[in-house]
Design a protein around this ligand. Structure first.
Ligand code: SF4
Length: 449
């Protein structure tokens, strides 16, 4: 067992012991080809504390930090975050986006072993649901969200369901859409026009021409890289086996295309699905390299695996807390002071959120006062007031941002299609953050504002 950290916030560790005692492998138990000794760990910490560039091996070594070494690692990462926020002109500010979640379809052609979002057409039909949300359903949620001051419409959906399910293909044909992406574009355009909410588009794999199709209807897009481990995709029994869209090379090409096409892009890594530490670092370096090439990676989500009932991975242990915060801190150090590091606030127990702040996060991502987290329905988002209080208790201030991060909003430049600019400008303050309390207004021609 790793040594206990001297943090008052670790009381829920008894829960972790129980989790790792469940049947199945522990998330941290993926084979490690390299396990550093204390001397190597201390040497890697010294590199980080001097502010020198971490090698791949340094970063991998630091993932092993626990106890007092983890304490030192968090301190370095936290200082880098603070310097980055000061350079960005918002010292001490941790951001979030007030959003509604629009699950356009729960159908998907993939079979990720941890997923509870995905459903079959039969299950949907038995529940009296169509393969896709109708335009009225979409607008209903968006309008309710806009009335509550949400500014982001997060479209999350399964990947290319029409390639697997006849019901999805038939629904699209009947309604006159060539593809799920085609329908997504239409719904994002509708929401933008009718509510002024800013669509963030998260449909999985997008080819270059699809990114171009979507850019005029959303100021930002996203796709979790999740992992660069081919092993997890290729080997039977691993989390991404049988999921064509989880080919790491394909996902990296999406990241590259989004950069070439100048789209403010959210990506991230999912830890605890069977990858080893070297693979975790590979993922961080891949994102850093793409971000350096194109400047488009607006935030990097570091997400911890949480086992969900009735999934193939229900018996796999959740990512252990110290392992997770070490990964967050190393991601901060690898990605640098200009990167925004996000951790979902609903996937860590409230008492432990302060550890994520210490580890260098500066964004909580999208939080909804209206809709549940459809991807992690068993883990409700904290109330925004609660999140503000928890953030304040760590010495930081919670501040609302838009779906595109501030420096893109300020720059505008090539980052946005002119068709999304009026809605974006209507909700942005001069710093590029959101005007808190402002309610979006319809953008269609002649709409009253
Ligand atoms: S691609 Fe997404 S929606 Fe589809 S099975 Fe995997 S996690 Fe679920």
């Amino acid at each position: 067992m790793p040594e206990e950290l001297p943090f008052p916030t670790l009381a829920p560790r008894s829960t972790e012991v129980r989790r790792t005692g469940r049947r199945g492998r522990a998330s941290g138990a993926a084979a490690q080809a390299f396990v550093p000794d204390t001397e190597q760990l201390v040497a890697a910490l010294a590199v980080a504390e001097r502010g020198d560039t971490l090698s791949h091996r340094d970063a991998e070594t630091l993932l092993h930090a626990r106890g007092a070494e983890l304490d030192r690692l968090l301190a370095v990462a936290g200082r880098m975050r603070d310097a980055g926020l000061a350079a960005a002109g918002r010292p001490g500010v941790i951001t979030y986006s007030r959003k509604v979640f629009i699950p356009l379809t729960h159908l998907c052609r993939d079979r990720c072993h941890y997923c509870t979002f995905v459903q079959s057409p039969g299950k949907l039909a038995a529940a009296g649901k169509a393969p896709f949300l109708s335009p009225d359903d979409v607008l209903d949620v968006a309008r309710q969200g806009a009335a509550m001051g949400c500014k982001e419409a997060l479209f999350t959906l399964g990947d290319r369901p029409e390639d697997r399910w006849g019901a999805a293909r038939e629904w699209l044909d009947e309604h006159g859409y060539a593809s799920t992406i085609d329908y997504l574009r239409a719904m994002a355009e509708l929401v933008l026009a009718e509510t002024g909410l800013l669509p963030h588009l998260n449909p999985g794999i997008m080819y270059a021409e699809e990114i171009e199709l979507l850019k005029p209807v959303g100021p930002s897009m996203g796709m979790m890289l999740e992992t660069t481990s081919e092993r997890i995709w290729l080997e039977k029994g691993e989390a991404h086996f049988g999921s064509p869209d989880k080919d790491p090379a394909l996902r990296l090409s999406v990241l590259e295309n989004a950069g070439r096409l100048k789209v403010p892009f959210t990506t991230g890594l999912l830890f605890g699905i069977g990858e080893n530490y070297a693979e975790r670092i590979d993922g961080m370096f891949a994102i850093r390299d793409s971000a350096e090439r194109h400047g488009h990676v607006q935030e990097v989500i570091i997400q911890n695996f949480r086992a969900k009932p009735a999934t193939a991975m229900m018996g796999v242990a959740d990512l252990e807390t110290q392992e997770y915060v070490a990964a967050v801190a190393v991601a901060k150090l690898v990605l640098g002071p200009g990167a925004r590091i996000q951790a979902p606030p609903n996937l860590t127990d409230a008492l432990e959120l302060s550890l994520l702040v210490r580890a260098g996060i500066d964004d909580w991502g999208g939080v909804s006062p209206l809709t549940p987290d459809h991807v992690n329905p068993e883990r409700p988002w904290p109330q925004i007031d609660t999140l503000a209080a928890l953030t304040a208790a760590t010495g930081y201030t919670l501040r609302e941002r838009l779906t595109a991060h501030p420096h893109y909003v300020r720059d505008e430049g090539e980052w946005f299609d002119p068709r999304v600019l009026p809605a974006l400008r209507a909700l942005a303050d001069p710093t590029g953050l959101a005007v808190e309390g402002r309610v979006p207004a319809p953008q269609r021609a002649g709409a009253s504002r």
